[in-house]
Design a protein around this ligand. Structure first.
Ligand code: SAM
Length: 225
């Protein structure tokens, strides 16, 4: 009898599965900007918080943040990314942290029990921004925080999203992306019931097209997605 086979990776995971080892080995391009983001997020977390991170990649950020939380689940659509994250966790055990494969476009299991949801460098990669927000926000407690950092490709030279990215996609060197600017991203967050509390840029090198946003799910809202 042949051994059980794991289910095939969804098409959207294949690009990330292929590049996962290289992604893990590449240095962070703007370490000072990354440290500023981590510092800001740490200020907003507390040891009582249950945290979900979507699109966690190889777990670098979750491994830096989990010690300041009660529990942290970090998920990614790519099984290879999660395999690397688990290897890193095995080398640096943190009882609060676990990694799971999950698609940010699919509804998150469990009712509103998370204090914070994190989404770093992933909201431009989901199939549908409103759909992904509607999938994850029910898991956030009223009063909870949605914290994101997102490349706004519409703020780049238009040749990049209109010509270069499609060309790179055609040869398998780029994933599918959503192209929006910070204003459109903020509108999507507000449309999905969040109240924006901070909009920042942490980059220290040239123009930073990645916007860092802190948004809160109100305690009382007539909103139901
Ligand atoms: C640019 S990397 C960012 C990783 C990490 N958050 C970071 O900031 O370094 C994008 C990650 O999003 C994941 N991703 C892409 N589409 C996704 C989806 N639909 N659901 C969950 N994760 C997704 C990829 O597998 C990849 O690990």
């Amino acid at each position: 009898m042949s051994p059980p086979r794991s289910p095939p990776a969804p098409a959207k995971a294949r690009f990330w599965d292929r590049i996962a080892r290289k992604y893990a080995a590449d240095p962070i391009a703007d370490m000072a900007g990354y440290e500023t983001t981590l510092r800001r997020v740490k200020e907003l977390l507390s040891p009582e918080h249950a945290v979900l991170e979507i699109g966690c990649g190889t777990g670098t950020t979750a491994l830096r943040l989990a010690a300041g939380t009660r529990e942290m689940l970090a998920t990614d659509v790519s099984g290879e990314m999660i395999a690397i994250a688990r290897e890193k966790l095995a080398a640096q055990p943190l009882p609060q942290l676990r990694f799971e494969v999950a698609d940010a476009d699919a509804p998150v299991a469990g009712a509103a029990h998370r204090d914070v949801v994190l989404a770093f460098n992933v909201l431009h990669l989901v199939s549908d921004l409103d759909g992904a927000l509607q999938a994850v926000l029910p898991s956030l407690k009223p009063g909870g925080l949605f914290i994101s950092k997102t490349p706004c490709l519409a703020e780049m030279n238009p040749i990049v999203p209109r010509v270069l990215v499609p060309l790179m996609r055609a040869i398998g060197k780029a994933p599918e992306v959503l192209v929006f600017d910070s204003a459109k991203l903020q509108s999507a967050l507000e449309r999905n019931g969040l109240k924006i509390e901070a909009v920042e840029r942490h980059g220290t090198k040239r123009k930073d097209m990645r916007v860092f946003i802190v948004a809160r799910k109100p305690h009382w809202s007539h909103f139901s997605p």
